[in-house]
Design a protein around this ligand. Structure first.
Ligand code: ZN
Length: 271
């Protein structure tokens, strides 16, 4: 009798412990997040961002960046580590420079600016469409809805909430042949594909290797996607090192108040 009362007490205390664990869910959440971090830390990361400099390809209407040593506004003397213990750079450039984010406000009056894009839209499942076989036949191919559907027959439907990136390999000209990189037309999206991705697939953002969304500077697709409230990353690189599905993309940029665009840092975490 004494024995069974003891086991009843054990059962009761066990139930109490389970109930307590359910209440103290932050502990459980913490271990889940730690596990997620351990998984992520063990994965391969791929930088999807170009380095940029005053020589970087840029739209001629914006012009090249200027960078110089930051100087004391009183004396004009540049700061040096030898003299001042520190140094800094003064940048003068358009926000749409290098690998950059275009927020909706870039093309839409009243659109979301870079400081107001939700943080949860800055880490997303990444899908990559490889247009390079099509570009082998047509160097300035516009990725079409038929191309997208062919991709989906192999890789499955584009998942809702994804970041959809277009691989064209023109990023390989960024450093080695900037004049070729800046050509027009160039390989990018068709408007019908961008509409399909936004309206029927529910993508949150798009990205491409070119400096514009359309294959010319006519800007139909760019106007559409930004006025639709989606953001885009332009002048991406290394999309040839990322699988068609299964990777995550992390994209970030400085939080300029009411900012209309800025160099961004994008990288992929491979499956
Ligand atoms: Zn842009």
């Amino acid at each position: 009798m004494c024995h069974s009362r003891l086991s009843m007490r054990r059962i009761a205390s066990g139930l109490f412990a389970i109930a307590l664990a359910a209440i103290v869910s932050p502990v459980l959440a913490q271990t889940q997040l730690e596990r997620a971090y351990r998984i992520i830390a063990g994965k391969q990361f791929v930088d999807l961002t170009h380095s940029f400099s005053p020589d970087t390809p840029v739209w001629s209407g914006f012009g090249q960046a200027k960078m110089r040593a930051s100087a004391d506004p009183q004396t004009g003397a540049p700061y040096t580590i030898a003299k001042d213990g520190f140094r800094a750079t003064f940048y003068e450039m358009v926000g749409q420079y290098g690998t950059h984010v275009d927020p909706p406000a870039h093309f839409a009056e009243g659109g979301v600016t870079i400081d107001r894009i939700p943080l949860k839209e800055m880490i997303l499942p990444l899908v990559v469409f490889d247009a390079t076989p099509l570009i082998a036949k047509d160097p300035n191919h516009a990725f079409s809805p038929d191309d997208l559907r062919a991709w989906e027959r192999t890789h499955g439907r584009v998942r809702k909430g994804a970041f959809a990136a277009l691989r064209t390999d023109i990023s390989k000209d960024w450093d080695s042949n900037p004049e070729r990189f800046k050509r027009s037309p160039f390989p990018a999206w068709s408007l019908a594909t961008i509409k399909l991705l936004a309206e029927q697939r529910g993508v949150i953002a798009i990205g491409h290797e070119s400096l514009d969304t359309d294959i010319t500077e006519k800007m139909e697709s760019e106007t559409y996607i930004l006025q639709k409230g989606r953001y885009q990353i332009e002048a991406m690189t290394n999309l040839d090192k990322v699988p068609a599905t299964g990777a995550l993309i992390v994209v970030t940029w400085p939080k300029v108040k009411d900012g209309l665009g800025f160099p961004a840092r994008a990288f992929a975490i491979l499956p």
